[in-house]
Design a protein around this ligand. Structure first.
Ligand code: SF4
Ligand code: SF4
Length: 164
């Protein structure tokens, strides 16, 4: 093994096999057989497009939770939760294949996420990102921490949360 400059000689290097593209999968083979079931590791729900500062604050609230992100595709906004299906087996196959939900049956490999090279029109992973975006549209929601008004005795009224 060739030594990597700056890395101690006794540290092992893991060599990953090059990623295949779908056109490199032999003809007639099922693409899913060459995938780690990426489509079973999240779910996404369409949400209303945010049009006000308050709407963006709801999105900020979503993103205060673990494993949540928000993306925009084709002008539709989606809330995505990065979580694995309970029925996904260790071999990346479906444990309830015969009874899997209709949405799983209808999902095809035509435009699936087999490759990693797609990108969203917009993608928010953190509350700070969405806050910054909304600040650019509507101006800051909160006073900077170093403004004197921030340190009054009375707390500012918190933003209301939506009811479930
Ligand atoms: S549909 Fe696409 S992402 Fe899902 S398992 Fe098959 S190849 Fe992977
Ligand atoms: S039910 Fe099966 S196909 Fe559907 S998400 Fe779960 S593991 Fe994947």
């Amino acid at each position: 093994m060739a030594e990597i400059p700056g890395r101690p000689a006794n540290v092992a290097t893991v060599t990953r096999p090059p990623k295949r593209r779908r056109d490199q999968v032999p003809k007639g083979e099922n693409l899913c057989e060459h995938c780690t079931a990426k489509c079973c590791h999240y779910f996404a729900l369409a949400i209303d497009e945010p049009v006000s500062r308050r709407d963006f604050d709801f999105i900020r609230w979503y993103l205060l939770h673990d494993r949540a992100s928000v993306f925009v595709e084709g002008e539709t906004w989606y809330l995505m939760v990065h979580t694995s299906c309970k029925h996904l087996r260790d071999d990346h196959k479906c444990g309830i294949y015969e009874n899997r939900p209709q949405i799983c049956r209808e999902y095809t490999t035509d435009e699936c996420e087999f490759e990693d090279d797609w990108c969203y029109e917009k993608y928010f992973e953190s509350p700070e990102q969405v806050d910054e975006y909304a600040d650019a549209l509507f101006g800051p929601q909160f006073l900077p921490l170093d403004t004197p008004e921030y340190h009054t005795l009375r707390s500012r009224k918190p933003t209301s949360l939506p009811l479930a």
